[in-house]
Design a binder for this molecule. Structure first.
Ligand code: PRP
Ligand code: URA
Length: 488
């Protein structure tokens, strides 16, 4: 195999992967495009962000998984999931097991590509899938499939993932890891010897199956690649460029760019970890409250950062002058009963003595929401309002609550809506109606399901936080959302 210059790294260049931003005027309440067939490669589909699908192909031991790991590490602020083609190996029959050394694991027929295609299609369309669990010792698929949820980025990795045009067509970006044959063979020998195999069968398998399959089936698919990476994970320049491109493509769908009034707090692995706990249907009420409270505190602190401030100087104990700021004291919190009440303590902890009013909205059927109770500070019109509600779903509740605040004389630009998770549909609805209201959230969701529940979501927040969830730990479904009445 020849060597490459640095320029050839991306000589195949990034394809014009079609990944446009949604046409907001055509979005209905559930985020689907009115009267239009949904494009399968666009950024928005049926109310959820359409994942960006990357294929990483290349010969065995070329460094595909190391490339995937580097991409994942650099995209740490996005949800990324990896699906490997090896999970889709057909299990061997008893007869094939007897002659396992004659079985060609590098041939396209060794993989169940129909199943792989259907899993990838479902993921691309925002549905969770069960990925088979193939055991390399028994050469059978074993029970306990891996549940994979749709994500911002899906990486499909494997030697022959470009072989099937149906699978190729699902990809927004195709990468071929092009590592020298000798390097791949040396890695293979080392890896197999570490597993306790003898050198002779390893070399036999290589010359009988691995090398011919590479030449006959894998190498010919290199022409489909948008990007060819020589030297695999050692090629950090190529990987940096790839990650930059992915970020640009994801950024075109970035709700914060579409809606400048939306603020998503900067994520960290701590924050992702807390979200992982509160989203887990098996989490106990005690842990749910603990981690929801931690996240709420972060959102509240971030929200307070949007209050206006005046410069202020103080004298420090060393007698020096510290030039800082003094933020507006004329504020109040308004919680949307009942889930919003879970945010009151964090606000009180940050703003001593703050007044907190309440709004109760009664949900009746699908035709929007009605307000049934409110208790607001009398001078609310003069205040900055921190509106508290952990979930922004369709946006109906938020629209009702904000409309009431405006009726009471609050200025639109003085409202900061604090929540834990926002569905893109709710963000569109609130921002379109009230573009000057700031929305501060900790994560943007994929979308809404048919019951208008946020997905992936965290179920019924109020039930989980206040311990009224009868279904806890046994089912992730939390009742029919459409006809519930919230209780005081
Ligand atoms: O954006 P939307 O589609 O209107 O959904 C969001 C609303 O749903 C939740 O309340 P819920 O109805 O679950 O009541 P609860 O707070 O009493 O549990 C949440 O607290 C919001 O108020
Ligand atoms: O998914 C959802 C939607 C609204 N309210 C919730 O508590 N959860």
């Amino acid at each position: 195999m020849g060597s490459y210059s640095a320029v050839e790294v991306i000589a195949a260049a990034v394809s014009g992967a079609h990944y446009p931003a949604p046409d907001l005027d055509k979005l209905d309440m559930k985020g689907s495009m009115l009267g239009e067939e949904q494009p399968t490669t666009s950024g928005m589909e049926n109310g959820h962000q359409c994942p960006f699908v990357i294929g990483v192909a290349g010969g065995a031991s070329s460094g595909k998984s190391a490339v995937c790991k580097m991409i994942i590490d650099q995209l740490c602020d996005h949800r990324v999931v990896v699906v490997t083609q090896e999970s889709f190996y057909y299990g061997l029959s008893d007869e094939e097991l007897v002659h396992v050394n004659d079985y060609n694991f590098d041939h396209p027929d060794a993989f169940d590509m129909d199943l792989l295609l259907s899993c990838m299609e479902n993921l691309k369309h925002g549905k969770s899938v069960d990925i088979p669990n193939y055991n390399f010792k028994t050469h059978k698929s074993v029970p306990r499939a891996r549940k994979v949820n749709p994500s911002d980025v899906i990486i499909l990795e494997g030697i022959l993932i470009f072989h099937d045009s149906r699978v190729r067509d699902l990809m927004n970006m195709k990468i071929f890891v092009d590592t020298d044959d000798d390097v791949r063979l040396a890695r293979r020998i080392l890896r197999d010897l570490e597993k306790g195999r003898d050198i002779i069968p390893v070399l036999d398998q290589y010359s009988k199956f691995v090398k011919p399959a590479f030449e006959d089936f894998i190498l010919p698919t290199k022409k489909y690649a948008d990007i060819i990476i020589p030297r695999g994970a050692d090629n950090s320049v190529a990987i940096d460029l790839i990650v930059q491109h992915i970020r640009t493509k994801l950024g075109q769908n970035d709700l914060c760019k579409i809606h400048p009034n939306l603020y998503v707090i900067q994520t960290t692995y701590q924050i992702r970890g807390m979200h992982t706990i509160i989203r887990d249907a098996a989490t106990t009420t005690h842990d749910f409250i603990f981690y929801a409270d931690r996240l709420i505190r972060l959102v509240v602190e971030h929200g307070l950062g949007h209050l206006p401030f005046k410069e202020k100087q103080v004298i420090t104990p060393t007698g020096s002058v510290y030039t800082g700021v003094d933020f507006s004291k004329s504020l109040c919190g308004i919680s949307v009963i009942r889930s919003g009440e879970s945010m009151e303590n964090a606000l009180r902890a940050c703003c001593k003595g703050i007044k907190i009013g309440k709004i109760l909205i009664h949900r009746e059927g699908d035709d929007g929401k009605q307000l049934i109770y409110h208790n607001l500070p009398k001078d609310i019109a003069k205040r900055h309002v921190l509106l508290l509600d952990p979930i922004l779903g369709t946006g109906n509740s938020a629209v009702q609550a904000i409309s009431l605040l405006l009726e009471k004389g609050v200025q639109e630009s003085n409202i900061i809506f604090l929540n834990l998770i926002s569905a893109p549909q709710g963000v569109h609805v609130v921002s379109k109606r009230f573009p000057r209201v700031k929305i501060v959230t900790s994560e943007i969701e994929l979308g809404l399901n048919d019951e208008c529940r946020v997905i992936p979501g965290m179920g019924e927040f109020g039930d989980r936080y206040f311990g009224t969830d009868d279904y806890q730990s046994s089912t992730p479904f939390f009742g029919d959302a459409k006809d519930r009445v919230r209780l005081l």
